[in-house]
Write a protein that binds this ligand. Structure first.
Ligand SMILES: Cc1cc2nc3c(=O)[nH]c(=O)nc-3n(C[C@H](O)[C@H](O)[C@H](O)COP(=O)(O)OP(=O)(O)OC[C@H]3O[C@@H](n4cnc5c(N)ncnc54)[C@H](O)[C@@H]3O)c2cc1C
Length: 258
């Protein structure tokens, strides 16, 4: 099974993201593989181990994307490709999906896997948009692979919902996103890290993909820091828990919270 996994580089979860001079910045905080994408890489590697084939990891982005690609290689992906060109610096979701879809077509996979969302952009819409552009089926929040029928080229997957488990049969090629219940992502091995650090990662540009990308239809004319909220902390004291609870209830009624 030929598998493509899409990943994005994001600021570390501990980064203090703020707006400076109208631009988003996270200071010196490191960039990492989007945490949800670790589950996608794990699922892609497990699909390869179960059904055979190879895993190619792709990312559209500037050189910072190499961090995410190398991490995925270190985890065990066989090949990485970065997609970048000058006009893509301001790409909106539609442009991102068109570019990723063109790269995916070129790679001709059976299965495309993404994380459920990026922790910075947070739209959770790129994978569904890619499926739409490709005209392929889409299943979100997959938690297990049940089996693969070689004859009908159908993959059986499970989704774990709040109150139930759902089993679905998806004809391939298809696009999936992976939920964290799938499995704990593996740590890269020392050999994996060394191999990944030396890997040559090709860059595909728009000409190579035979694409012209329109300017973003959704634009970001202004980015602002949310107004600072003033928080006053008041400790409620009393002789007994009952007295403290009574004072708290009186206070909540006075403030019209209750
Ligand atoms: C410098 C900059 C300028 C931008 N300007 C604009 C703008 O003008 N208008 C606008 O609408 N948006 C803009 N964006 C946002 C950009 O369009 C989104 O970040 C992008 O479409 C992906 O959406 P998301 O981050 O919400 O990812 P999600 O949809 O939440 O991600 C879901 C899955 O898709 C994968 N994925 C997302 N992006 C990629 C990628 N590039 N390569 C491979 N896999 C990917 C993720 O890794 C994850 O697995 C800008 C972003 C940047 C960094």
């Amino acid at each position: 099974m030929n598998i493509v996994v899409g990943v994005k580089v994001v600021p570390d979860t501990a980064a203090q993201v703020r707006v400076e001079d109208g631009k988003v910045t996270w200071g010196e905080a490191p960039l990492v593989l989007n945490p949800w994408d670790e589950f996608a890489v794990e699922a892609a590697l497990q699909a390869k181990e179960k059904f055979g084939g190879q895993v190619t990891v792709i990312s559209m982005g500037d050189e910072a994307a190499l961090e995410a690609l190398r991490r995925a290689l270190a985890m065990g992906c066989q090949q990485a490709i970065r997609i970048y060109d000058e006009p893509l610096a301001q790409a909106d979701v539609l442009a991102t999906a068109q570019v990723l879809s063109a790269a995916i077509r070129k790679l001709n996979p059976d299965l495309v896997i993404f994380g459920r969302q990026a922790i910075d952009g947070d739209t959770a819409s790129t994978p569904a948009a890619v499926a739409q552009v490709l005209g392929w089926p889409f299943v979100g929040l997959v938690t297990a692979f049940r089996g693969f029928d070689e004859g009908s080229k159908t993959l059986e997957v499970v989704r774990t919902l709040d109150e139930a488990k759902q089993t679905l049969r998806v004809p391939l090629p298809a696009v999936l996103t992976i939920a964290k219940e799938f499995a704990e992502p593996r740590y890269p091995s020392f050999i994996g890290i060394r191999k990944a650090s030396r890997a040559k990662i090709p860059v595909w540009n728009l000409a190579e993909l035979g694409l012209e990308v329109h300017p973003p239809r959704v634009t970001w004319p202004e980015v602002m820091q949310p107004p600072q909220r003033e928080v006053v902390c008041q400790f409620i004291e009393g002789e007994t828990p009952r007295e403290i609870a009574r004072k708290l209830v009186d206070k909540l009624i006075e403030e019209k919270v209750l």
